[in-house]
Write a protein that binds this ligand. Structure first.
Ligand code: UD1
Ligand code: CA
Length: 465
C-alpha cells in the first residue's frame, strides 16, 4: 500500500451561482459542498490533505478549519492566485506533496462522491498508473471527453477544444483522478496553456503519460449522482433532491415509513427505531433519534432531539435543541403547533399542546401544558397541570431565574409565576394570579384583584343633540 495524499481543488469562482458566498461553501443537506468532500476523504486514511483555495480563500479556509475533522489529517491550504486552470491549481500543491505516494485529485464542488468509489480508483492506481474516473453522460456537453484507442485511454480533450466528431463521445472525465506523485510532479512541470481557454489543463497530463508509454486507466462509474458537480442554484437543488431521495430510500429499507420520500429532508443524521412513521414535509437537522413507534405529523421541523418510543409529534411542531438538545420521553404527545427549545427535557407521557413554548425546562412524568403557555427555566413535577396562558416570568431584564413547580400542582389559566419562585407540592394557583412569593404545599394561592359587582348598573346613554 502506498501512502495517499489528497488535493481538493476549491479555488474556482462559481460565477453561475451569482452569489457572494464562495461556491464550495454553499450547502447541500445542511452541510457545505466542501464539507461533504472533506468528510468523504476522512474515510480514506489519507496521509496529507491539501485544499487549493483562491476565490474567497480566507472564508473557505476558516470554514474548513472549523469543521469536525473525524480522523482527517489537519488540512494544508495552498492559495492559487490568479486561477489559471485545474493544472495550475494542482501545481500550487506540488511544494507540499511528498515525492513518494499517490495523489488523489478531488473537486470541492462535487459533494456526493463516496469513499468506496475513490478506493476503487486508488486500487486501480496501485501506486503506479494514472487512473481517471469516468462516466457516460446522456448530454456530455461541457465536459472533457475520454479518447480511447481500443481499450486504452489516449487523451482527454476538453469540450471547447474538441472536434465535432470527438464531441459525439459520451464517456467523460469526472474530475477525479489518482496519480503517483513522482509522475504528477514531472508532468505538471510541462503543462502549457495552448488551448481554446488559455488555461493550464490538468487533463493534459494524460497525453504526456501516453507519450511516455505510462499506463492510463479509466475506471467507469454508473452512478452519476456521485460525480455530479454544482455550478448553479438549479444544479444544487437537483443534487439536493437526489441526495434526499437516497437518504429516504435507505431509511425505508430499514423499515421507516415515509408518507412521501419526495417530501422529506434530513440535514444531518436521523436514526430511527422500528415502526417509525413520518408524514409529509418534515425536516430533520443535526442529530435526531426517534424511538420505536414514534409518529411525526406533517410539517414538523426537528433538530438535535432525542424522541423516545411511542411519542407522537403532531403537525406543525418546531423542535430545536441546538447545543443543549431536546429530550422527549416515552409516549409523550407534542403539538400541534408546539415549540420546544434548547434544554426542554420532557418525561414520559408529558403533553405539550398548541402554542406552548418550552425552553430549558424539565417536565416530569405526566405533566401537561396544553394551550398557549410559556415554560422557561423551570422544573416541573409529576402530573402538574399548567393552565392555558400561564407563563414563567424568568427574566428580570438582567438575569434569568428558575421556577420550581412541585408534583401535582395545578396552575390556573393566565397566571404569571415571577421567578425565582417555588409552588410547593399539591398547591393550586388561582387563575390569573401573579405569584411573586413561594406558596405552601397543598394551598390555594390567589393573587389578583378581588371581584366586585355593582348591582343595577346603568350604562351611559347617548346625549340628545
Ligand atoms: C474539468 C475538467 C473536465 C471534466 C470536468 C468535470 C479540466 C481542464 N477539465 O472541467 O475534463 O470533464 O472538470 O467536472 O480539468 N478550479 C480551481 N482553480 C482553477 C480552475 C478550477 O481550483 O484555476 C477548481 C474549481 O473550483 C472546481 C474544479 O477545479 O472545483 C473544476 O473546475 P471547473 O472549472 O469546473 O472544471 P471544468 O473546466 O469544467
Ligand atoms: Ca465544472
Amino acid at each position: 500500500m502506498t501512502a495517499v495524499d489528497v488535493v481538493v481543488m476549491a479555488a474556482g469562482k462559481g460565477t453561475r451561482m451569482k452569489s457572494r458566498l464562495p461556491k464550495v461553501l454553499h450547502r447541500l443537506a445542511g452541510r457545505a459542498l466542501l464539507q461533504h468532500v472533506v468528510a468523504c476523504v476522512a474515510r480514506l486514511q489519507a496521509r496529507r490533505v491539501v485544499v487549493v483555495t483562491g476565490n474567497g480563500a480566507e472564508q473557505v479556509e476558516a470554514a474548513v478549519a472549523g469543521w469536525p475533522n473525524d480522523g482527517l489529517p489537519v488540512p494544508v491550504f495552498v492559495r492559487q492566485e490568479p486561477q489559471l486552470g485545474t493544472g495550475h491549481a494542482v501545481q500550487q500543491a506540488v511544494p507540499v506533496l511528498p515525492d513518494d505516494g499517490t495523489t488523489l485529485v478531488l473537486n470541492g464542488d462535487v459533494p456526493l462522491i463516496e469513499a468506496a468509489t475513490l478506493q476503487k480508483v486508488l486500487d486501480a492506481c496501485g501506486g503506479k498508473r494514472l487512473v481517471l474516473l469516468s462516466v457516460d453522460m446522456d448530454d456530455p456537453s461541457g465536459y472533457g471527453r475520454i479518447l480511447r484507442s481500443g481499450e486504452a485511454v489516449s487523451a482527454i480533450v476538453e469540450h471547447k477544444d474538441a472536434t465535432e466528431e470527438q464531441r459525439q463521445i459520451r464517456e467523460v472525465y469526472t474530475g477525479f483522478m489518482a496519480v503517483p506523485n513522482a509522475l504528477l510532479k514531472r508532468w505538471l512541470a510541462r503543462l502549457d496553456n495552448n488551448n481554446a481557454q488559455k488555461e493550464y489543463y490538468l487533463t493534459d497530463i494524460v497525453k504526456m503519460a501516453v507519450g511516455e508509454g505510462a499506463e492510463v486507466v479509466a475506471v467507469k462509474t454508473a452512478d452519476k449522482v456521485q460525480v455530479d458537480g454544482v455550478n448553479s442554484p438549479a444544479q444544487l437543488a437537483d443534487l439536493e433532491r437526489a441526495f434526499q431521495l437516497r437518504q429516504a430510500r435507505a431509511l425505508m429499507e430499514e423499515g421507516v415509513r415515509l408518507a412521501d420520500p419526495a417530501r422529506f429532508d434530513v440535514r444531518g443524521e436521523l436514526v430511527c427505531g422500528q415502526d417509525v412513521e413520518i408524514d409529509v414535509n418534515c425536516v430533520f437537522e443535526g442529530r435526531v433519534s426517534l424511538g420505536d413507534n414514534v409518529r411525526i405529523g406533517a410539517n414538523c421541523v426537528i433538530a438535535n432531539a432525542q424522541i423516545a418510543a411511542g411519542a407522537v409529534i403532531h403537525p406543525f411542531s418546531h423542535i430545536d435543541g441546538e447545543k443543549l438538545g431536546v429530550r422527549i420521553g416515552e409516549g409523550a404527545l407534542i403539538g400541534p403547533f408546539a415549540r420546544l427549545r434548547p434544554g426542554a427535557d420532557l418525561g414520559a407521557e408529558v403533553h405539550i399542546g398548541n402554542f406552548v413554548e418550552v425552553k430549558n425546562a424539565t417536565l416530569a412524568r405526566g405533566a401537561k401544558a396544553n394551550h398557549l403557555a410559556y415554560l422557561g427555566d423551570a422544573t416541573v413535577g409529576e402530573r402538574v397541570n399548567y393552565g392555558a396562558g400561564a407563563i414563567t416570568a424568568n427574566y428580570d431584564g438582567a438575569n434569568k431565574h428558575r421556577t420550581v413547580i412541585e408534583d401535582d400542582v395545578h396552575i390556573g389559566s393566565n397566571s404569571v409565576l415571577v421567578a425565582p419562585v417555588t409552588i410547593a407540592r399539591g398547591g393550586t394557583v388561582g387563575a390569573s394570579s401573579t405569584i411573586t412569593k413561594d406558596t405552601p404545599a397543598g394551598a390555594l394561592s390567589v393573587a389578583r384583584g378581588k371581584q366586585v359587582s355593582i348591582p343595577n348598573w346603568e350604562r351611559p346613554k347617548k346625549k340628545a343633540k
